[in-house]
Design a protein around this ligand. Sequence first.
Ligand SMILES: [Mg+2]
Length: 194
Amino acid sequence: MSAFPRSYALSDGNSFYCSCERVFDHKLNHVPVIVLSNNDGCAIARTAEAKALGIKMGEPWFMMRDLCRANGVRVFSSNYALYGSMSNRVNEVYRLFAPRVEIYSIDESFLDLTDVAPKTRAELARDMRSTVGRWTGIPTCVGIGPTKTLAKLANHIAKKNPELGGVCDLTDEAERDRWMRKVKLEEVWGIGAL
Ligand SMILES: [Mg+2]
């Protein structure tokens, strides 16, 4: 039994497939990049620069071909062998920080932080995030909360608010209330009701 109430972190790779492509070609670092679905049908990953051009998730390739050419967007077919092996590397780093890792999707994992003192969780998350960045090249955001759902919400807040430095901790109830008044919950993928 831990002395602390339950705590989870959700760590998520930013623009994960695009970030994997960038690891192997640094010339992609400050240019718009998208990855297309199987058979190059539509966009399934976009960097911030590609989002800023108005490219939408799931947008069919034929509708954005001209825009991509005109703006120098680098376009990749999906390479799941590469993304899978990068995902394994990222999860290995997570396990050094929190041994109980539950892989939720190719770029999202829940970590059990129950044994970590509440005051040091955000610091651990920042340390993990910078280690993942240095060792694998993948940028991540980390959300922390007393349930997996709240960790997911915290992750969403970390992603949308760059001033947080990639980590949002909703352990504190007052902090949680403050953010929950600001965030439109329907924005958070997968959350219907809390
Ligand atoms: Mg992601």
